[in-house]
Design a binder for this molecule. Structure first.
Ligand code: SF4
Ligand code: SF4
Length: 445
């Protein structure tokens, strides 16, 4: 039996795609933006501007020499009024450039159609666009597009699954920016020399599937593959298995099974950069949840305070008891609504008391539901036991690092065990423990 046996994988969570048919509404330029230097997986960017500087739209205001990084651009024209340090929802501190906008949206001279003639100039353009995985992970796209074995990669998978409840921003990309999606796909296939492309979409988006099928007609090597609507269909390893039957081994990457996976909105933004040189400065986010007055999809400038976005949606209809950046399964809870919109932010969800209520944890009844729901076939109850006993070797044996933090185990647990949160903490503590072990080993030599 494969580790991705269909009978065991994932959960059937309610879709709640309330905003599917809401065309994206463009937000006006806010008075101030707060642009974080940490909007990608990898070390944060260095700030390249100082208070008092005038900046323009598309100007690089943060960059890093680190391998795993992507530049950060100003989303507005205006004046830098401060460099502040903010605490991110995950507890890390990051520098943030505060810009008072002039509402003119004057473009910087660097914003122009890039010269792309070969693979090297294409990859440079992808980096210059500031692109990262927009499905939530924030992995720098130019690194993803350039694995060591690129010449063996035969399949580009476009992730349009959007399996998390509530979120519909990728669906709006399919419906509103379909031509950009096709242009981006063709560019990736051409410059990376990838013969096949699969656009993977959950079956609960029939209009999106039809639109992509219509646009993909006549494009050699491009096909649309509908997938069962089952969370977490859009998780990278699950998606690869569902579309190609290939299993990414433990500790390996999609390229190790000759695939590259890219989020559909990332691909649409790539096309915009290739056409006009406009880097990643806006983001479509789904604003929903029982506490929002007018749930809808909003195109906001990166750095816009979440409060401004919520005000644009009519404000709170009810007192919010839980505010999430991202979906209800994998999103991050926010302390308040002062955080800014980030590149990889695809939803803001505000829940009132009826939906935010948490039930007390009770002892594990050994029902095994968490094991049956885990898409990577881990044993969440065993990992929790090991974590509670500070058993780091046990955590390694139960392979906690393979946990993709999808939340299925917590969702199905009748005892309301906080399993996914435990796994997150367990991974962090295991990392620290391994560093300490390595330091001890080094000291003995
Ligand atoms: S959160 Fe981790 S352990 Fe739980 S179901 Fe998802 S992958 Fe498995
Ligand atoms: S689902 Fe909850 S109660 Fe059931 S075995 Fe897993 S941790 Fe225990």
């Amino acid at each position: 039996m494969s580790i991705f046996d269909k009978r065991l994988k994932g959960v059937r969570a309610p879709h709640c795609k309330n905003t599917m048919d809401c065309a994206t509404q463009k937000m006006p330029v806010p008075d101030k933006v707060f642009i974080c230097m940490s909007q990608h997986m990898g070390p944060p960017c260095d700030v390249l501007v100082k208070p008092g500087d005038e900046v323009k739209v598309g100007q690089v205001i943060g960059d890093s020499a680190a391998f795993l990084s992507a530049p950060v651009h100003s989303s507005v024209s205006g004046k830098v009024t401060g460099i502040e340090e903010i605490i991110m929802p995950n507890g890390t501190r990051t520098k943030t450039v505060v810009i008072e906008t002039d509402k003119q949206q004057t473009y910087h001279e660097s914003v122009k159609k890039p010269q792309v003639t070969d693979r090297a100039s294409f990859l440079a353009a992808v980096r210059n666009a500031g692109l990262v995985g927009l499905g939530g992970a924030g992995f720098p796209t130019h690194i993803k597009f350039n694995p060591r074995n690129l010449n063996e990669v035969d399949t580009l998978i476009i992730n349009g699954a959007e399996c998390e409840p509530y979120i519909t921003s990728d669906y709006r990309t399919m419906m509103e920016r379909g031509e950009d999606v096709m242009m981006g796909i063709q560019a990736v296939m051409k410059y990376l020399d990838i013969p096949n492309c699969i656009i993977a979409i959950e079956e609960n988006k029939p209009k999106g599937i039809a639109r992509m099928q219509e646009l993909a007609k006549g494009l050699p090597g491009v096909k649309v593959q509908p997938l069962p609507s089952r969370y977490p269909q859009g998780a990278e390893k699950v998606l690869i298995y569902e579309t190609t039957g290939r299993v990414v081994p433990e500790g390996k990457l999609p390229a190790d099974v000759n695939c590259i996976v890219s989020n559909i909105t990332t691909i649409a933004h790539l096309a915009l950069y290739l056409k006009e040189g406009i880097p990643l400065i806006t983001k479509c986010v789904t604003v929903d949840g029982g506490a929002i007055a007018k749930p809808q999809n909003v195109e906001a400038l990166i750095g816009t305070p979440i409060k401004d976005v919520i005000d644009f949606c009519g404000g709170y209809a009810k007192e919010p008891r839980k505010l999430l950046m991202g979906g209800p399964m994998m999103g991050t809870a926010l302390y308040d609504d002062t955080y800014p919109i980030l590149k990889n932010n695809n939803a803001i969800l505000a829940f009132d008391e009826s939906l935010a209520e948490t039930q007390p944890e009770t002892p594990c009844i050994r029902c095994g539901r968490c094991v049956r729901s885990c898409p990577v076939k881990l044993m969440p109850l065993r990992m929790e036991e090991a974590f509670l006993k500070d058993d780091y070797q046990g955590l390694q044996e139960y392979k906690v690092n393979l946990c993709i933090e999808c939340g299925c185990c917590s969702y199905v647990c009748p005892a309301k065990r906080q399993l996914v949160q435990t796994n997150r903490l367990a991974k962090a503590r295991l990392r620290k423990w391994m560093q300490e072990q390595n330091a001890k080993e080094g000291g003995k030599k």
